[in-house]
Design a binder for this molecule. Structure first.
Ligand code: PMV
Length: 369
C-alpha cells in the first residue's frame, strides 16, 4: 500500500509564496468499466479507458498567503467566470481530505477558476477532467514549493493517486492514449491506488481512434455515480460481474495490442450493456437510457450489418451515446451521423472527440481569471 501522508510539506510561515498553476486535463471513456468500490475510493475491478482530447477542463489555482491564519481551507471558486457555491463546497471538502498529503494547503489563500471545453449542460460527466485538473495543479504546487516531484513517473503517479480520491475515473485521465486502473496480474505495475498508462501496448491504429459523443439528453442524471457505485454492494449479480472482468480484461488487452477494431468494439458494447444491466438489477432498479439511446443503438447495429464497417457504441452512466470508430471510415460515419442520428440528439448536439495526448500544463488566461 502506498501512503503519501507527509507532514513535512509545510511552507516557511515567514515566506509564503504568491503564484499560479494552470492545467488542462481531459475526460476519458472507460471501455472496461469501473462500477462498484470499497474503502477509500478503491475499485472492485480493474478498468481500462481511452483518454479523450477535446472534452477537457482548464483549471487555474492562484495562491497567496492567508490574510489571517486560521485552520482549514480558504478558497474562492469560479466556474466559467461565475461564482459557484455548490462546486466550491465540494472542492473544500476534497482539499480538507487531502490535508495529510498536502499540509501546505492550510497555509494558503486559494483562488480557483475553472471551465470545461464542452457545453456546461451537455450531460457529459466532468468529474474525470475536473478532478484530474485539480490534482495536477496540487502536484505542480508541491513541486514548485519543495522540488519533490521532479521525476515524471513520480509526478504522474501521485497526480493519479490524488485524482482518484476526488473521482475514481479521474485517476485514468492523467495519461495519454489508454490507461488502466486497478491491481491485476495482467499488467505489470498496476495498482488500486493509481492508474498506469498502457503506453506501447496500444496498437498504432488506436492513436487516432474516434469517439463522437451524441448528446441525447443534457442535464443532471437522476441517479449519481456515487449512488450507483453504492448500490453495487447489494447487487446479486455483482460477484459474477467482478469475476467476468478478469476475462474481459484479458481479451481487451489482446485486441488493443493487435489493433483489432472489431474485437475492441464488441467488448465496448458488451461493457456498456453490462453497466446498464447492473443499474437495472440494483435495488431499487433504475434506468438511465432514453428511448433515443435505444434508437441510436439500433441504427448503429443496422449500419454495421449493412456496411461491415467497424462502427460501435459505448455508454457512460447516462443516456448519451459514444460512437467508436477508426479514422479510415470517418467520412462515411460522419455522413451517417448527420443523416440518421443527429435527429435523436438534443438540439442536434454532438461532441467530436478522439484518443488524446493527455493533460498539459499551460499558460492560459481562463475566462474571467
Ligand atoms: O469516477 P466515478 O466515481 O464518477 O465513476 C465512473 C463510473 C463510470 O464512468 C460509469 C465508469 C468508468 O470506469 O469511468
Amino acid at each position: 500500500m502506498i501512503d503519501y501522508t507527509n507532514s513535512k510539506l509545510l511552507l516557511d510561515a515567514s515566506n509564503i509564496p504568491v503564484g499560479e498553476v494552470v492545467w488542462r486535463s481531459p475526460s476519458n471513456l472507460a471501455i472496461l468499466k469501473y462500477w462498484g468500490k470499497h474503502g477509500i475510493q478503491l475499485p472492485n475491478n480493474p478498468s481500462l479507458s481511452m483518454t479523450l482530447q477535446n472534452a477537457y477542463t482548464d483549471t487555474v489555482i492562484k495562491y497567496s498567503p492567508k490574510e489571517d491564519y486560521a485552520r482549514g481551507i480558504d478558497l474562492d471558486f469560479h466556474f466559467h467566470a461565475e461564482p459557484n457555491e455548490a462546486f466550491k463546497a465540494k472542492i473544500i471538502s476534497y482539499f480538507e481530505s487531502l490535508l495529510p498529503i498536502f499540509p501546505f494547503l492550510e497555509q494558503l489563500k486559494l483562488d480557483i477558476h475553472s471551465g470545461n471545453s464542452f457545453p456546461h449542460s451537455s450531460g457529459i460527466a466532468s468529474s474525470a477532467s475536473s478532478m484530474s485538473a485539480l490534482a495536477l495543479c496540487l502536484c505542480t504546487m508541491e513541486d514548485q514549493f519543495f522540488g519533490t516531484l521532479e521525476e515524471d513517473t513520480a509526478f504522474d503517479q501521485k497526480a493519479s493517486y490524488v485524482a482518484r480520491l476526488g473521482s475514481g475515473s479521474a485517476s485514468r485521465s492523467i495519461f495519454p492514449g489508454m490507461a488502466l486502473w486497478g491491481q491485476t496480474g495482467q499488467v505489470e505495475g498496476s495498482s488500486d491506488y493509481y492508474a498506469v498508462p498502457l503506453g506501447d501496448r496500444m496498437h498504432e491504429g488506436f492513436k487516432n481512434y474516434h469517439d463522437d459523443i451524441l448528446i441525447v439528453q443534457s442535464g443532471e442524471k437522476s441517479v449519481s455515480s456515487r449512488a450507483g457505485h453504492g448500490l453495487m454492494d447489494e447487487n446479486p449479480y455483482a460477484p459474477t460481474r467482478y469475476e467476468q472482468t478478469k476475462k474481459t480484461l484479458h481479451n481487451l488487452l489482446a485486441v488493443i495490442d493487435k489493433g483489432d477494431f472489431e474485437g475492441f468494439g464488441k467488448i465496448a458494447e458488451a461493457e456498456a450493456m453490462t453497466l446498464h444491466a447492473l443499474m437495472m438489477t440494483s435495488n431499487p432498479p433504475y434506468l438511465l437510457m432514453d428511448p433515443n439511446t435505444l434508437a441510436i443503438i439500433k441504427k448503429v447495429r443496422e449500419y454495421r450489418a449493412e456496411t461491415k464497417q467497424p462502427l460501435y457504441f459505448s455508454l457512460d452512466a447516462g443516456p448519451n451515446v459514444h460512437l467508436l470508430y477508426p479514422e479510415e471510415i470517418i467520412h462515411d460515419v460522419r455522413l451517417f451521423i448527420e443523416e440518421e442520428l443527429l435527429s435523436f440528439c438534443e438540439e442536434g448536439m454532438m461532441i467530436s472527440d478522439w484518443v488524446g495526448e493527455g493533460p498539459e500544463e499551460i499558460d492560459l488566461e481562463v475566462e474571467g481569471s
